[in-house]
Design a protein around this ligand. Structure first.
Ligand code: SAH
Ligand code: SF4
Ligand code: F3S
Length: 470
């Protein structure tokens, strides 16, 4: 089998770095250090993309600022997953007319998942004349070229053609944290769940070569990073498009073998491909966090079929039972959608009973939002908004009670945590399972692993103190 994934050539990337240099000269001639503001919506994939956008901007001479006011470049990195996410972007984009009025040379760009939808691009063209450029995720690596064109021609630019999908290695990246790093291991998605826009806006699944991922992880660990989160829409199908014979469990194992004191997390796992090999690999390595985000979406096998999820209630429960049997300390989280078109009251109750059976540590709950162009948007949906809201509230209440009970069980026990920052005078730390713990202590602890005894809890987080040494 030959590899189906195209990697952008080094020459093409060098050309982009050349454009960065031209932008740098453009600002030198004007004797100014320009400012750039990047706003991120959506998931960790977008966070990681924003780090690349900031990297390219810094390479082009920009300093990063935390507000749109006064910035020479504003980039809105958008999310299309639900209507609410899009409405927020359009609202905030509208507000930028004012910052631009006060700073007429400000250049505004829209990118990310919304930019992959033709109807959004048309709306920007027609109703948002203050937006100077739009680029979809496929064109992220060409941002320097687009920015230079906007600066030198003053004309609006659109890099939005639907590409087959490729991988750009070696883009500059400005990481938000020195302690924790995102590492994208693959891009796109092939699953076409009937409600989901992601495959349309991010293209087909493509995996990075394992040697590139390992090199990046080694460099991060050498530079002092303590926690690496591997990213992909469906990490369990890693490698299927390559001819390396390395699957996701193999990749995890290779990363875990890198010397150093660090933890590996990953998301998202699709239950369709998450199997015994993955769970056994997790169980066997102390460097792989015993944390699993395994979205089930619905507890009804009929709804799962209509969602095109390729597993049913029983196979999902079997996978969870096995994972918990080999990792009794596993922290399990999930995503769930209520009000999928045609979901009956009984089917919703199946979702509730699945939650009660599995007892997730935390749940990300969503009300179905029709996305233009997806099959589910055209499905008959007789359930009223009020009824969906009622189901949503009931679901949250059931889960909150479970989260609170599980958190209460932490009290009195000691966990090895990574202390990762400070929030309102308290240190913040994460257990291996990813639960948030707050405690008193000095800044010198930030960036270290420490044993913390949990002393209090609520639905969302824990409080603790440094464990006393025996
Ligand atoms: N690739 C991941 C999920 C990415 S999107 C996976 O398959 O698990 C994150 C979550 O958003 C999904 O798990 C789903 O619960 C939710 N979601 C996606 N599309 C949605 C829609 N149209 N309406 C409501 N929730 C949606
Ligand atoms: Fe969307 Fe399904 Fe792909 Fe997740 S697996 S990104 S829910 S299509
Ligand atoms: Fe949103 Fe795109 Fe992520 S649609 S959830 S930012 S992949």
């Amino acid at each position: 089998m030959s590899s189906k994934t195209t990697v952008i050539s080094q020459e093409a990337l060098q050309q982009q770095l050349g454009y960065c240099n031209e932008i740098l000269q453009y600002w030198r001639q004007r004797n100014r250090t320009p400012l750039a503001y990047v706003e991120t919506y959506g998931c960790q994939q977008n966070e990681a993309d924003s780090e690349r956008i900031r990297g390219m901007l810094i390479e082009s001479g920009y300093a990063i600022t935390q507000e749109a006011e006064g910035a020479d470049v504003v980039v809105m990195n958008t999310c299309a997953i639900r209507e609410h996410a899009e409405q927020r972007v359009f609202g905030n984009l509208g507000a930028l007319t004012h910052t631009k009025r006060r700073h007429s040379t400000q250049k505004i760009f829209l990118c990310g998942c919304m930019a992959g939808q033709e109807h959004v691009v048309q709306r920007i063209k027609k109703s948002y004349p203050h937006v100077d450029g739009v680029f979809s995720t496929h064109h992220l690596w060409q941002f320097p070229q687009l920015l230079l064109q906007v600066l030198t021609t003053g004309k609006r630019q659109y890099f939005v053609e639907d590409e087959a999908g490729s991988i750009a290695e070696g883009l500059p990246q400005q990481r938000d944290s020195k302690l924790k790093a995102w590492v994208s291991i693959m891009y796109g998605c092939n699953n076409f769940c009937t409600y989901c826009i992601v495959p349309y806006v991010r293209g087909r699944e493509r995996s990075r070569k394992s040697c590139d991922i390992l090199t990046e992880c080694r460099q991060l660990i050498d530079s002092g990073v303590k926690e690496i989160t591997l990213l992909g829409q469906n990490v369990n199908s890693y490698g299927k498009d390559l001819d390396e014979g390395v699957d996701f469990a193999d990749l995890l194992q290779k990363i875990a073998q890198i010397p150093g004191d660090f933890l590996i997390r990953f998301m998202t796992s699709h239950p369709r491909d998450a199997g015994k090999k993955l769970f056994d690999t997790m169980a066997a390595s102390p460097k792989i966090a015993k944390q699993l985000h395994l979205p089930f979406q619905s507890g009804s096998s009929r709804v799962l079929k209509a969602m095109n999820r390729h597993y049913d209630r029983d196979t999902y429960l079997q996978a969870v039972t096995y994972a918990k049997s080999v990792m009794p300390e596993l922290v399990l989280t999930s995503d769930v959608i209520v009000g999928f078109p045609g979901e009956t009251e009984e089917e919703f109750e199946e979702t509730i009973s699945l939650i009660q059976q599995v007892r997730y540590d935390a749940l990300f709950t969503f009300i179905f939002s029709p996305r233009a162009g997806t099959p589910a948007a055209g499905m008959e949906d007789p359930t009223t908004k009020e009824e969906k809201n009622r189901r949503f509230d009931r679901l949250c209440a059931v889960q909150n009670a479970i989260s609170e009970e599980i958190h209460a069980e932490y009290i009195g026990k000691t966990y090895r945590c990574l202390i990762d920052g400070k929030d309102n005078d308290l240190l913040t730390a994460r257990t291996e399972g990813g639960r948030l713990v707050r405690l008193s202590g000095g800044d010198e602890h930030i960036g270290t692993f420490a044993d913390i005894t949990v002393t209090g809890s609520n639905t969302w987080s824990l409080t603790g103190t440094f464990a006393t040494k025996e």
